[in-house]
Design a protein around this ligand. Structure first.
Ligand code: HEM
Length: 195
């Protein structure tokens, strides 16, 4: 047991196998109404990456940022030098894979154009709004938060002035994503378009 739970990759691999077994078993039960389809597997992957992304966004806004001022100066490097770079690795890539799986759901479901042009029924307009909000959030991550954090964390060369200017920019973009995440999630879980 220690060998399994001590190995992160092995735990994820076993979890994936377990998930595939669940898919196959319930696909065989008509009363479960859970046939295996590209749309259903994409939604499952989408929600996994979405949880990872939003989970790290909430960790940063509710835990790391409010706590950093209380961390003794000599201990801050533990966060900025080790934890934060890892947080931003999973944060930015989970954002990208949430977008790619989300767009794929809309394409496989044949409602991407209606959703993005608000030219369909209420449900597609609802997911359309959710997709625009989530795309703004993803752009904040890749084009504002991550470039600013690379300077703040010393991953790229930056003067003290550049670091000082990057901090409020990163905070405002991150808090904007926190704000947008609430209506975005309502749109995501309420659209319920069969895919
Ligand atoms: C952090 C960001 C996001 C989270 C947490 C999230 C979460 C979710 C959830 C929980 C669902 C409902 C799944 C279900 O019907 O059972 C969903 C559906 C969906 N999401 Fe997202 N999503 C996010 C971002 C995006 C993005 C960026 C896009 C595309 C640009 C997108 C497109 C979609 C689509 C098309 C659906 C299916 C709607 C339906 O069939 O009713 N999502 N999302």
């Amino acid at each position: 047991m220690a060998k399994l739970f001590g190995n992160l990759n092995l735990v994820v691999a076993v979890g994936l196998v377990f998930a595939i077994i669940v898919m196959v078993v319930f696909a065989g039960d008509p009363s479960a109404n859970a046939p295996i389809s590209a749309g259903r597997v994409l939604i499952w992957m989408h929600v996994f990456f979405g949880i990872l992304w939003i989970g790290l966004l909430y960790y940063l806004n509710f835990v790391q940022v409010p706590t950093m001022p209380k961390v003794p100066a000599e201990l801050k490097a533990g966060v900025t030098g080790y934890i934060a770079p890892n947080v931003f690795f999973f944060f930015r890539w989970s954002a990208l894979f949430t977008v790619l799986t989300g767009l794929s759901i809309a394409i496989v479901g044949h409602f991407a154009h209606e959703a993005f042009t608000f030219s369909g029924a209420g449900q597609t307009n609802l997911i359309g709004l959710g997709m625009y909000l989530a795309l703004i959030m993803a752009a904040n991550v890749w084009f504002i938060i991550w470039p600013a954090q690379k300077k703040i964390l010393g991953i790229v060369e930056a003067t003290a002035e550049e670091k000082a200017a990057a901090a409020p920019r990163a905070l405002i973009a991150s808090r904007t994503n926190l704000l947008l995440s609430l209506p975005m999630l309502y749109c995501m879980v309420s659209a319920n378009i069969p895919v």
